[in-house]
Design a protein. Structure first.
Length: 125
């Protein structure tokens, strides 16, 4: 197995909030200075909710065993698929099924929420 590549992304997999703690996504997002940032907010059953503050392109990847849900809070978010692009505006979301190659990208600073399993590898398989 090859060594994982280093990506210019900040990905924090630690769970920042426990049950019954208030989660202020707006304050977290406003304080973020990174161009591509991902923080696990909380666990819900066998899944996690993450916030992403993104601008630019992520790399093409897929998740062999896990679906992903993306929801746009603010900004504009594109998910390139083989042969088409899904564009999400604020208050829109989509599920990317497991095994589907995709490349997320944002032409401007965008805040998203993601729901995925705890064991997912954020950079893909």
């Amino acid at each position: 197995m090859s060594e994982p590549k280093e990506y210019p992304y900040v990905t924090r997999l630690n769970v920042q909030f426990q049950p019954l703690e208030l989660i202020d996504e707006g304050a977290l997002s406003a304080a973020c200075a990174h161009r591509w940032f991902n923080q696990t907010l909380c666990e819900v059953n066998e899944s996690v909710v993450r916030v992403g503050v993104v601008e630019g392109e992520y790399h093409w990847h897929k998740h062999d065993d896990d679906d992903e849900f993306f929801y746009v809070v603010e900004g504009l978010f594109h998910i390139d698929l083989e042969g088409r692009t899904i564009t999400l505006a604020p208050r829109q979301g989509v599920v990317i099924p497991k095994g589907v190659m995709h490349r997320p990208r944002a032409p401007q600073r965008t805040v998203i929420l993601m729901v995925e399993t705890k064991g997912i590898v954020p950079t893909g398989n």
